[in-house]
Design a protein around this ligand. Structure first.
Ligand SMILES: [Zn+2]
Length: 323
């Protein structure tokens, strides 16, 4: 079953998390395959890594709203998306518009002309009127302009920029498992006040993060995918004092779920306008929309379309109510 493990390093300002998406990840791939629309392998593994990363980031910030990772590409992949809800329900998809080479990494998929961007959006659940979601955008290249080849590097940059927190992120995905390990340096209490006169203790604490993140970096992709959480954590950190929390799994853990509904598809159709929709119905007999995330198909025939737009009509103010 898919699982999320949280842990602390006793006495040190460092925390960590490990996620393994197994059944939930295979469900995503199975649905796509069933719809006859499987993604090329490099795209599958990219969105698997994004699902793992999104889960780690959502669990890390405990934000009451959706966390959305989007990579806008300028190559054969136009868009890759992972969305994670506060209860760790996730969904992912991609829009592939060209031939993806079998060995393609981030640059060849999404950053061919250096125009690729990664947007991280926090969309609050109970928005106040006029409140906009928070969004941070980072490029797909490093400080020296070098193209980044792994989504983990892009997100490490984002976290350093937005949260000012050193973060080590290791991600891997194949067709069975999507997994990730996050190690983060916690802000030391009162650190801002101590700026400029850091003592030996501070330096020691910073060394602790460096040591632990170096240990984490020795984890290979293969180990992250094949070994269970206990084995990974023991192998990496057997010399450290780890405080582990009860893993989140099952209904409380990471799992696949889609937020699409007939109602939402209906309002999307309404926004396109009656003329456009009537045109499709005349041409094809009905409107068929398949959800990009879960593959569910929604049909609207001539009667449904009529109802859709009449219902909209009823919501307009009654005569006399206009000022
Ligand atoms: Zn859906």
């Amino acid at each position: 079953m898919s699982e999320l493990h949280k842990f602390l390093f006793e006495g040190l300002p460092v925390r960590g998390m490990l996620v393994r998406l197994t059944d939930s990840w295979r469900e995503v791939l199975r649905r796509r395959e069933k719809a006859g629309d499987a993604f090329p392998a490099p795209v599958r593994h990219l969105i698997g890594e994004m699902a793992a990363a999104g889960t780690l980031m959502q669990a890390n910030i405990k934000f009451n709203g959706a966390l959305v990772l989007q990579i806008f590409g300028d190559g054969p992949v136009k868009l890759a998306v992972a969305e994670v809800q506060p209860d760790l329900a996730f969904r992912v998809t991609a829009k592939v518009v060209g031939e993806v080479p079998a060995d393609a990494r981030l640059e060849a998929m999404l950053n061919v002309h250096r125009k690729g961007r990664c947007a991280i959006t926090l969309d609050p659940k109970d928005k106040l009127p006029g409140q906009q979601p928070y969004q941070g955008v980072v490029p797909l290249h490093g400080d020296r302009g070098e193209p980044l080849q792994h989504v983990s590097e892009v997100l490490e940059h984002y976290m350093l920029q937005s949260e000012q927190l050193d973060t080590k992120l290791i991600l891997a995905a194949d067709d069975e498992v999507a997994a990730g390990l996050l190690i983060q340096r916690l802000p030391v209490q009162g650190e801002a006040n101590l700026a400029g006169r850091r003592n030996e203790d501070d330096i020691g604490l910073s060394e602790a993060y460096n040591r632990i993140s170096h240990l984490a970096a020795t984890l290979t992709r293969e180990e992250l995918l094949r070994l269970d959480a206990d084995t990974v954590l023991h192998r990496l950190f057997w010399e450290e004092q780890l405080l582990r929390f009860e893993p989140a799994t099952g209904a409380d853990g990471p799992r696949f779920a889609c937020t699409c509904s007939r109602e939402r598809v209906g309002s999307m159709l309404k926004s396109l306008g009656r003329e456009e929709i009537d045109g499709i119905v005349v041409e094809q007999g009905r409107v068929e929309i398949a959800c990009d995330f879960c593959g569910t198909k929604y049909h609207f025939d001539v009667v449904d379309v009529g109802e859709l737009f009449t219902a909209a009509h009823r919501q307009t103010p009654a005569p006399g109510g206009v000022h």
